[in-house]
Ligand binder design. Structure first.
Ligand code: NDP
Length: 239
């Protein structure tokens, strides 16, 4: 059985860092041409651009919460790639603010980045998605447990599941699934007591790696999962 990425075209939002970077490099290493997205030119974007020059792909800057940026991004995918076989809606931000201190601007920032961006990018890319294409939305397993101080984050991530479930029925031959990571070590160090507490919450007794999440994303994007749609796959070490 083959992953089937040779000659495929992929778009990965938030593809320059953390989980998105591992997904981008995983897809490109498996033969796909990848457009990775972040907001502006920085060291991460520059270093990824260099890595993709050999593997196949490029980095494009767009704020996925801004409709005009997303329209430009979709147009770039049309002109550069001619269409898309894989869309990974990964860009997102984390937030930690108790409800009493949560103002509307911070609520909106989380909902816009973690949920509305998926609506904007997916809608703009629909005309580009080939029959049999796969959309993978990155949610969070915290959305199903709840976590104090993250009502805005978990509300947005729970919304990703509803978006996925409805779109898989609306799209038919285009598959749509959700990945729900647990706590992943992306280089942003957690305070040691918090990291120890999170590790104890997992069956595997450790944090995950970006590559372990990328493996699950690649499965859902690949020919190994052609009868999987509308699914929610937790990648959280058994929390
Ligand atoms: P990082 O913070 O490491 O990277 C986020 C990426 O998203 C960067 O490339 C950033 O680019 C990009 N990005 C953020 N906002 C925008 C925007 N408005 N427009 C375009 N690009 C944007 O993220 P992680 O790897 O930690 O997380 C990736 C996904 O996984 C997120 O959806 C997150 O919620 C989810 N997740 C992560 C977990 C974890 O433990 N890390 C746990 C559960 C879920 P730049 O800043 O350069 O513009």
């Amino acid at each position: 059985m083959e992953l089937g990425f040779k000659g495929k075209r992929a778009l990965v939002t938030g593809g320059t860092r953390g989980i998105g970077r591992a997904v981008t490099l995983g897809l490109a290493s498996a033969g796909a041409t990848v457009v990775a997205v972040n907001r502006e030119d920085n060291d991460d974007a520059e270093s990824l651009r260099k890595e993709l020059a050999d593997l196949g792909g490029t980095v494009v800057h767009a704020d996925v919460t801004v409709a005009a940026d997303v329209a430009r991004l979709a147009e770039t995918c049309r002109t550069e790639l001619g269409g898309l076989d894989v869309l990974v809606n990964n860009a997102g931000v984390h937030g930690h603010t108790p409800l009493a201190e949560l103002d509307l601007a911070e609520w909106t920032r989380l909902i816009d980045t973690d949920l509305t961006s998926m609506f904007l990018v997916t809608q703009a890319c629909v005309p580009l998605l080939a029959e049999g294409a796969s959309v993978v939305n990155v949610g969070a397993s915290a959305a199903f447990r709840g976590m104090a101080g993250t009502a805005h984050y978990t509300a947005a991530k729970a919304g990703v599941v509803g978006l996925t479930r409805s779109l898989c029925k609306e799209f038919g031959g285009i598959r749509v699934n959700t990945i729900a990571p647990g706590v992943i070590n992306t280089g942003d160090e957690l305070p040691p007591p918090v990291a120890e507490r999170v590790k104890r919450m997992t069956a595997l007794g450790r944090l995950g790696t970006p590559e372990e999440v990328a493996g699950a994303v690649l499965f859902l994007a690949s020919d190994l999962s052609t009868y999987v749609t509308g699914a929610l796959l937790a990648v959280d070490g058994g929390m």
